[in-house]
Design a protein around this ligand. Structure first.
Ligand SMILES: Nc1ncnc2c1ncn2[C@@H]1O[C@H](COP(=O)(O)OP(=O)(O)OP(=O)(O)O)[C@@H](O)[C@H]1O
Ligand SMILES: [Mg+2]
Length: 410
């Protein structure tokens, strides 16, 4: 666990690695004191494919953040993503053992252990076991059952699993950069913690983080995670569509996308044009902005159609009045919220991470949602050390110290 009141978060993204260092103030507020960012290059679709390159990028980002903050970073909360992520519901049931029928920490420990028993392929790892609610003698909606009376204790949990090899490669990359991993945290869970308002967390909402190589989804309701998924498609696909469609180098296609890209095509006036440098040639061509939008639109449509499919596979019975909160760098594409709202048939807003005080303004942009969420998560761990609960390691200690910290996770 982090020492003193300093926490660090590392978001190892497909396009960039971000390190954020924050001070946790006595009242739990975050004071961001360091930020470092380096291009990644060692990842594809959220998965590490080159450990050396990734380790170098991590070390570079951390060094910048250390220099800015004047603090040495020894360990960090590290984000985990990739299409190998899976999330499933599981229930645990036990009989309350105390003579007086009072539910003890040990009973909660046993019921969580029972919920954790799932058929798991040898190469899969459990990343989070997130209790959603306890049920005491059939009465649901219990947040903290310790001390209550009853004879039957049940728990509903959301279990997040990942491919063991991907987990090992992240651990290796971070360790090779000279750091220890405080905890691995599911990326969209971190992003959700940074961009959701309290009411959205409670009422039900969906965070969609569109990065370079992935689109990460987290469905949050009643303050906890109900579903998570990672799609192997992101804003880099839009860039390569533009590069192919306009016959221009990737670097220029990326610039054009950020500067002039927009959707939907039918909302763009006919008379706006953009200069496009060709591959290998000198003469720039003029291309209408509408033509750009026509290239971009099908990919955006594809992304949200896939998001819609994922959400329907979540079998979430409740309502989602909080709507969709779009974040990640890809959310900055002009007009994307309108298209998302149309395809998902839900209200959509852009999610800007709130990082507290200090250098918070430097990270107050959608590409930093995950990194800010990671330090947020770390700060809550610092405030509730007994909450070292959701990870694979440390279960032995956790069981004896568990409290109903999980409502505070966000
Ligand atoms: N203004 C903008 N308009 C359109 N796209 C943008 C804009 N700014 C950034 N992007 C896109 O956002 C993507 C990067 O987003 P982000 O930094 O969230 O990704 P990442 O976290 O590195 O990747 P991932 O989460 O997929 O691993 C890039 O593809 C970039 O082109
Ligand atoms: Mg990302």
């Amino acid at each position: 666990m982090p020492k003193d009141n300093i926490v660090a978060g590392i978001d190892i993204g497909t396009t960039k690695v971000v390190a954020v260092v924050a001070e946790v103030m006595p009242e739990g507020r975050l004071n961001i004191i360091g930020l470092g960012e380096t291009p990644s290059g060692g990842l594809r679709k959220g998965i590490i494919v080159d450990i050396e390159n990734t380790a170098r990028a991590i070390a570079g980002a951390v060094e910048q953040a250390e220099r800015m903050s004047g603090c040495q970073v020894h360990s960090a909360f590290v984000g985990l993503t990739g299409p190998h992520i899976d999330s499933l519901n599981n229930r645990g049931v036990v009989a309350v053992t105390g003579e007086d029928g009072e539910i003890s920490l040990e009973d909660v420990e046993r019921v969580l252990q029972a919920a954790r028993v799932i058929p798991l392929a040898a190469e899969r790892r459990i990343i989070h076991v997130l209790p959603r609610q306890y049920i005491v003698d059939g009465y649901d909606g219990v947040m903290d059952p310790v001390g209550m009376c009853g004879s039957r204790l049940e728990v509903e949990t959301q279990i997040v699993t990942a491919a063991g090899a991907a987990v090992q490669n992240i651990m290796k990359s971070v360790q090779r950069a000279g750091l220890a991993v405080d905890e691995l945290v599911l990326n969209p869970l971190a992003s959700a913690g940074a961009v959701l308002q309290q009411a959205e967390r409670e009422l039900g909402s969906v965070v969609v983080d569109i990065g370079g190589g992935t689109t990460e989804i987290a469905l949050i309701s009643q303050g906890s995670l109900w579903f998570a998924s990672v799609l192997p498609i992101g804003s880099e696909h839009i860039t390569s569509d533009l590069a192919v469609g306009l016959r221009t180098p990737i670097v220029q296609a990326e610039e054009i996308k950020k500067e002039y890209g927009c959707v939907p095509a039918d909302a763009v006036p006919d008379n706006e044009a953009v200069e496009v440098p060709p591959v290998g040639g000198r003469e720039k061509r003029r291309v209408s902005r509408k033509a750009l939008a026509t290239i971009i639109e099908p990919r955006v449509e594809e992304i949200f159609t896939l998001v819609r499919r994922e959400l329907s596979s979540a079998h979430f019975q409740g309502l989602l009045p909080g709507g969709v909160i779009l974040t990640g760098g890809g959310a900055l594409l002009e007009g994307i919220t309108g298209m998302a709202a149309e395809i998902l048939a839900m209200p959509v807003r852009l999610g800007w991470p709130e990082g507290g005080s200090g250098l918070a303004d430097m990270v107050a942009a959608p590409p930093y949602a995950t990194a800010v969420g990671l330090v947020n998560y770390g700060a809550r761990r610092l405030a509730h050390p007994q909450a070292a609960a959701t990870r694979e390691t440390g279960w032995e200690n956790f069981w004896s110290r568990l409290k109903s910290w999980w409502r505070e996770l966000f």
